[in-house]
Ligand binder design. Structure first.
Ligand SMILES: [Fe+2]
Length: 252
């Protein structure tokens, strides 16, 4: 009994500290043209037919992983919507590239620190598709899958408003109910596209529970100069760039 009370008190304290961190991020200055929740679809820039054609290929290989492997568990990080929510919700990760040194979250977009992972050879058609994305160079590449049917707790990936990660999040089918959530209003917006680039700092993202297998892929790196030329640059809060692009369109 005393243990339970102690545990509840510690969760309450943890939650208060967490909500202070969220409030601090929510107070960061933002371009007034941005509204949350928002994301930038890349569907117009990629070969959707080719992506959708990978659906069975990917699912078969992941099912084999579920049967035969114990892939790393996905961790949301510390910035979950509340302290009680699961930080290890049940999703697993297959790395297509691996860090050359002990993994550090802040390395995720530094191409020179990443090299191909053994599992990439199993997913060669996916790797061929990744080579068609608008990257000059790639860094962390990973498949996230969930066969448990659990929700993915809403979370922010990081707390640095001036850090912009250039990445593409994508999937071969629209089955995963993946959403962006505005922490200030609680409004949710479900991703309706096969691809998305989104602000991982100033809003939350997460997924609803869904029976069956859910799969998404995230590739981080550096966009090509040609691609960068069309992206509007906010005067503050670089992390908000995908949302600015979603809200105002191409740089003029
Ligand atoms: Fe995340």
């Amino acid at each position: 009994m005393r243990d339970r009370i102690e545990h509840e008190r510690s969760i309450r304290n943890e939650d208060r500290a967490l909500q202070r961190r969220h409030k601090q991020i929510d107070r960061e200055e933002l371009d007034p043209r941005i509204t949350y929740p928002s994301y930038k679809s890349f569907d117009e820039f990629i070969d959707l037919k080719r992506l959708r054609a990978l659906d069975n290929y990917l699912n078969e290989r992941i099912q084999k992983h579920i049967r035969t492997r114990d892939d790393e568990k996905f961790h949301t990080g510390d910035l979950t919507i509340d302290a009680k929510a699961a930080k290890v919700p049940g999703s697993r990760i297959i790395y297509l590239s691996k860090s050359k040194r002990d993994f550090n979250y802040w390395d995720l977009n530094v191409a020179k620190l990443w090299e191909p992972a053994e599992d990439a050879t199993e997913f060669s058609l996916l790797m061929d598709f990744i080579r068609t994305l608008p990257f000059k160079e790639t860094a962390r590449m990973m498949i996230m899958y969930d066969g448990s049917g659990n929700p993915v707790t809403a979370h922010r990936d990081h707390h640095r408003p001036n850090l912009l990660h250039e990445f593409v999040w994508f999937r071969t089918s629209l089955t995963k109910p993946f959403y962006m959530l505005d922490p200030r209003t609680g409004e949710r917006r479900y991703v309706e596209s096969y691809t998305a680039w989104f602000d991982t700092c100033n809003q939350f993202h997460g997924a609803d529970a869904k029976p069956g297998l859910s799969v998404s892929i995230r590739v981080d790196g550096t966009f090509t100069d040609e691609f960068r030329a069309r992206i509007p640059v906010p005067s503050c809060n670089l992390a908000s760039t995908p949302s600015l692009w979603a809200c105002i369109g191409d740089k003029t």
